[in-house]
Design a protein around this ligand. Structure first.
Ligand code: F1P
Length: 351
């Protein structure tokens, strides 16, 4: 519920009416951004998912090639480092051991510069990076990241615009993105009004043990994040798939006991997604679809829909994350788990 406010804080002083203000990133920023011809993102857990969303933005909007890796694997892989590659770490705490180890390794491998997207100014990650862009989420009380994720996405969108400027993003396109960023707090407020409806629908999950989350394009990492939230706080087994992968295996799992959650903004991938959802319905799966009101996806036999507001396509990953967080929350409350302190998990994994 704090997300509209903290997103405003993350944007504060960094965007004006129609452009981003790079000088707010710090004095080192210009030279670092000028050099970057490739981006390598490394992070863990929820922060890794925000990196996966950012890859779509960096490649489609900024035209900058981008690779994303979980820090726990990056540490142990041999990398060919692309020329002028910017090494980006993302972390709420700035103390996650795998992410820090990856940064330290990257420094020995010849990356051009390092940038941390982080929520804690006095953290090791910020201290050891060439440049840091702070998310202004404030302390995360619960173990499972929520507002940290959406503010990371906001910071990554600012980086996308800054790099895009250097690779041909027009002033007009930038102004459209800035307008979309300005619209975020209100769009999240209106998504939060769906809470009571999501709470009612969460009852379908209380007696379930497994679920699938589907998305396409930049919504695939959003589906991954939704599945992680459900796993972390309600202990229901949840897996995310890019919807087109269903027919390559997971369709075998579909039955009435396996709720399928899909995120369905009204973008260029919607027709493909609809046909994936039909494949699920034909096999007796129960679908929960967070769908733009203009998709034509409405509740009926085998399909329960929650209608989402129409928003600029660039901010869809941020907006569609919120109902998935609410869904996990309500399922966890129904199941009686400790939402803030799930079993076996630590807020910051420092070993
Ligand atoms: C990474 C992370 C969180 C997750 C949990 C364990 O932390 O995987 O995303 O919710 O708290 O750690 P961080 O590097 O973003 O602090």
């Amino acid at each position: 519920y704090e997300q509209p406010k903290v997103i405003k804080n993350t944007l504060q002083g960094r965007i004006s009416k129609d452009k981003i203000l790079e000088q707010a990133f710090g004095t080192e920023a210009k030279a670092i951004l000028d050099r970057a011809e490739h981006v390598q993102i490394v992070a863990c857990g929820t922060s890794y998912h925000s990196g996966l969303v950012a890859r779509y933005w960096l490649e489609e909007i900024a035209g900058v090639p981008c690779s994303v890796e979980v820090a726990s694997e990056f540490r142990y892989r041999k990398f060919v480092v692309p020329k002028n590659s910017l090494f980006v770490t993302i972390s709420q705490s700035g103390e996650t051991a795998d992410t820090l180890a990856a940064l330290r390794l990257a420094k020995t491998l010849g990356y051009a510069s390092s940038l941390a997207i982080c929520n804690v100014a006095q953290s090791s990650l910020v201290r050891e990076s060439d440049l840091a862009i702070m998310t202004e989420a404030g302390p995360e009380i619960g173990v499972a990241s929520t507002k940290a994720f959406t503010t990371q996405l906001v910071a990554l969108l600012l980086v996308t615009i800054a790099l895009g400027r250097r690779h041909g993003l027009t002033a007009e396109a930038e102004a459209e993105m800035v307008a979309a960023l300005h619209s975020l707090p209100e769009a999240i407020e209106s998504t939060l009004t769906l809470d009571a409806e999501i709470k009612r629908k969460s009852e379908h999950f209380a007696d379930k043990n497994h679920s699938l989350f589907l998305g396409r394009g930049a919504q695939y990492p959003v589906a991954m994040e939704g599945a992680l939230k459900l796993k972390e706080i309600s202990y229901i087994h949840a897996e995310a798939y890019p919807a087109g992968e269903l027919k390559h295996g997971p369709l075998a799992l579909v039955d009435a006991d396996m709720p399928i959650v899909a995120v369905a903004p009204n973008n260029e991938l919607i027709e493909k997604l609809k046909s994936n959802l039909e494949e699920v319905a034909a096999r007796g799966g129960e679908l929960f679809v967070f769908a733009d009101v203009n998709t034509g996806l409405s509740s009926g036999p085998g399909l329960i829909s929650v209608h989402m507001p129409t928003v600029a396509s660039v901010i869809e990953p941020i907006i569609y994350t919120v109902p998935l967080q609410l869904l996990s929350y309500h399922v966890a409350v129904l199941k009686g788990t400790d939402v803030d302190q799930p079993r076996n998990l630590a807020k910051s994994v420092t070993v």
